[in-house]
Design a protein around this ligand. Structure first.
Ligand code: AMP
Ligand code: MG
Length: 320
């Protein structure tokens, strides 16, 4: 069993840092592939990398950002700003060499257990003050078996966001600020009128039209549809607040799915009793390292999964 406490603390610290950046100094750079990255991405990954290095020193890490990239693309004044923020939030003295070391900690290491970290998943949502998550999945034998997801904009009663974690086939939710962790399970809804579907906000991330055709072909045309950034979509399904999350790329997309965008979410949904598969029903293949080889992603409460797979195949066969 993994003692998640150090990671809960780290996710809370990372969320505090993200909030500070959002409120006071949002700045973003563009990395290769024209994706935005902010100083909060680096700050958050540094906090999580440091936590893994202290609590799980033998574990490996697969993470989105790197120390070299931090030095290369972040201007000096912004680096200084995030180093100062880290010092305040961690309550320790922090130098640039520490940040680089934490960003790179465990990367490229073959280990029994690997943490798959997305320091801010949904950076576009973060920049637009919508939804984003801080995620750390755990892989053993190239399979996501556990993980933690902090979701600052998750719609909770206290508006304080939520934190999710999963391991050993059980999934839990607690207030992000701390409190009792309650067991969560997927819902058993199956009829179209009550099914709640989710997809990305960003049109460039997935093919909204094709996904609408798939819902129609699955007999789920009447399902409600909500667009949310980030792996929060997985969390909503795990917590029984939605039943379907489709991610079908644009026809001309050459961009692979990235391991850190799906590892923690997959572990969470599976532990809550749901299913996460490729469009043919096979499990996502995390054995290739950073990139996954699947053609699309279907996440569901399990009960509607077969219908959706058949619908995707039908839509693909019709060349749509
Ligand atoms: P979501 O908020 O669910 O759309 O997912 C956010 C993730 O989409 C980011 O972390 C990126 O890794 C990924 N992403 C960014 N650009 C693209 C793209 N053009 N196509 C597919 N995924 C993308
Ligand atoms: Mg991401």
């Amino acid at each position: 069993m993994i003692d998640f406490q150090p990671m809960f603390t780290a996710v809370r610290q990372a969320a505090a840092l993200c909030k500070r950046v959002q409120e006071h100094h949002i700045m973003s750079s563009e990395k290769a592939g024209r994706e935005p990255v902010t100083i909060a991405d680096y700050g958050s990954q540094a906090i999580l990398g440091r936590a893994v290095s202290l609590a799980f020193p033998d574990d490996g890490i697969l993470a989105e950002e790197s120390g070299a990239q931090f030095i290369e693309i972040v201007p000096e004044d912004e680096r200084k700003a995030v180093i100062a923020l880290l010092a305040v939030i961690l309550g320790i003295e922090v130098r640039q060499t520490d940040v680089v070391r934490w960003l790179d900690h465990g990367q490229g290491r073959e280990a029994e257990r690997t943490w798959v970290i997305d320091p801010i998943d949904g950076t576009k949502g973060f920049l637009a003050l919508r939804n984003y998550v801080i995620a750390a999945g755990v892989m053993v034998d190239h399979k996501p078996v556990a993980g933690v997801i902090g979701s600052p904009a998750y719609p909770t009663l206290d508006r304080g966001g939520a934190m999710f974690h999963a391991q050993s086939g059980a999934a839990f939710m607690q207030p992000l600020a701390g409190g009792l962790a309650k067991r969560i399970k997927v819902s058993d809804r199956t009829d179209a009128e009550s099914v709640r579907a989710l997809e990305s906000v960003e049109k460039s991330h997935a093919n909204h039209e094709r996904m609408a055709r798939v819902r129609e072909a699955a007999g789920l045309g009447a399902a409600s549809l909500t667009r949310i950034d980030s792996m929060e979509k997985y969390a909503r399904i795990a917590a029984g607040g939605a039943e379907l999350y489709l991610r079908l790329p644009r026809i001309d997309s050459t961009r692979p799915f990235m391991a850190w965008d799906h590892a923690a979410g997959t572990a969470l949904v599976e532990a809550a009793g749901g299913l996460v598969t490729d469009i043919d029903g096979s499990p996502l293949d995390f054995s290739g390292g950073r990139a996954l080889a699947n053609q699309g992603i279907i996440v569901s409460n399990g009960h509607i999964h077969a219908r959706v797979i058949a619908a995707v195949q039908k839509v693909l066969a019709a060349g749509e």
